[in-house]
Design a protein around this ligand. Structure first.
Ligand SMILES: Cc1cc2nc3c(=O)[nH]c(=O)nc-3n(C[C@H](O)[C@H](O)[C@H](O)COP(=O)(O)O)c2cc1C
Length: 226
């Protein structure tokens, strides 16, 4: 077995994979270990607010088919706001840059709504990932616990990277929260936060050449001393 990469190497290599190889499943014991490691995440007062539903195989295929059908019926709906109602700079510009780069690689021409919709639908197919980790949280918990979920999700992705897997954190499937609840028996009082797709990258897929920029350190960090 290859030695595990360092945390720094995994952080540098992680990116959102948007084309997985559907012919390469992920070993169940490995997925269990990834989820177990992610739960080492810190949480306020150690309340461990995350609860996950892991889908693979036929269960994953049924959920994907149901989300795609709901997308076709126009049922996408956000139960909680991920983005602000009004966009402003510098966030709008960064968002547009990402969208433009993704569409260019996916072959979606400006104004081609059918192609844009087809690319959007790829989200609900989990980009062909063989495993989806649906991250949920009790709705009566406060905003602070959502911070804890972010740490948990990062843990999932770093642990997966340590095993040589790729990942994609996804809010888009949460737009079909009722479908997810129904298929996985999730009670109404649990909110669907995100899905983290896991698997191996499809070699040669153009969308996987996307490299997202980051602002330089000096643009977002100030170091105070003396
Ligand atoms: C909470 C969260 C939700 C996201 N949801 C989606 C999504 O639904 N679909 C998608 O293609 N990417 C999604 N992303 C991925 C971001 O677009 C991506 O992290 C960002 O562009 C930076 O690129 P990188 O992850 O490749 O470094 C999400 C990321 C986060 C953290």
């Amino acid at each position: 077995m290859k030695p595990l990469p360092s945390a720094h190497e995994v952080l540098v290599a992680r990116r959102s994979c948007r084309a997985f190889d559907p012919t390469r499943p992920v070993d169940k014991a490995m997925v269990q270990r990834i989820v177990e490691l992610a739960a080492r995440a810190p949480s306020g007062s150690n309340i461990q607010p995350w609860q996950v539903e892991v889908v693979s195989g036929a269960a994953r295929d049924r959920l994907v088919a149901a989300m795609l059908a709901a997308f076709d019926r126009g049922e996408a709906h956000n139960e909680w706001p991920y983005y602000p109602p009004q966009w402003s700079e510098p966030y709008l510009g960064r968002r547009r840059a990402l969208g433009k780069a993704l569409y260019a690689l996916a072959g979606v021409a400006k104004g081609d709504e059918a192609a844009a919709r087809a690319q959007m639908a790829r989200n609900f197919a989990l980009f062909d990932a063989p495993v989806g980790v649906v991250v949920t949280i009790d709705s009566h918990l406060a905003q602070g616990s959502w911070l804890d979920l972010g740490g948990f999700m990062m843990g999932l992705m770093v642990a997966a990277g340590g095993f040589g897997l790729e990942s994609c954190p996804m809010q888009a499937p949460a737009q079909f929260a009722p479908v997810i609840r129904q298929h996985l028996g999730v009670p109404a009082e649990r909110q669907i936060a995100c899905v983290v797709a896991l698997g191996h990258a499809e070699p040669g897929a153009a969308v996987n050449r996307l490299h997202s920029d980051r602002e330089p350190l000096a643009a977002f960090a100030r170091f105070h001393q003396d």
